[in-house]
Design a protein around this ligand. Structure first.
Ligand code: FAD
Length: 120
């Protein structure tokens, strides 16, 4: 049994949350439901990638500054590194990894980064 959703009235924080549309319930005829939502690392990653270091929970270990993994030239970031986190953290990791890749390819040096940040 499913029902449709619509955005409700704003709550005290101003956020409009989805609420069920009254009378919109319907039956979906299926044989199998595969619930494709998870917040843990897939163990296949470590099992099938020789040389890739992961921690005890199966998340990929990376260099904190460049996001490069234990395999030179392979970068990772986001939930697969931090565990279930937030979009903003994943975006930050993406930026760090992009800089790390440029550095790895010799397009940019750590000094360039310092200069761009005003020496900070
Ligand atoms: C129900 C739920 C609600 C959430 N709500 C919020 C929220 O309100 N605010 C917030 O900031 N964060 C929220 N999060 C967390 C947020 O979604 C994650 O932190 C963020 O999406 C992590 O980004 P990511 O790029 O690391 O991973 P993902 O967004 O999971 O991206 C990984 C991508 O890799 C693809 N992929 C996986 N395996 C393979 C493969 N073998 N080959 C090719 N592609 C592959 C996947 O299909 C997916 O597109 C929520 C998470 C969940 C589950």
């Amino acid at each position: 049994m499913r029902s449709k959703r619509e955005l409700g009235e704003p709550d005290p924080s101003g956020r409009r949350r989805p609420v069920p549309v009254e009378g919109s319930e319907f039956l979906l005829d299926v044989d199998t439901v595969i619930y494709a939502l998870g917040t843990t690392a897939n163990p296949i990653i470590a099992q099938t990638t020789p040389g890739l270091e992961v921690n005890k929970w199966g998340y990929i270990n990376v260099d904190e500054r460049t996001n490069m993994t234990s395999i030179p030239g392979v970068f990772a970031g986001g939930d697969i590194v931090t565990g279930a986190a937030t979009v903003i953290l994943a975006m930050g990791a993406g930026r760090r990894a992009a800089r790390g890749m440029l550095e790895y390819m010799g397009v940019r040096s750590p000094q360039d980064e310092l200069a761009a940040a005003g020496g900070r």
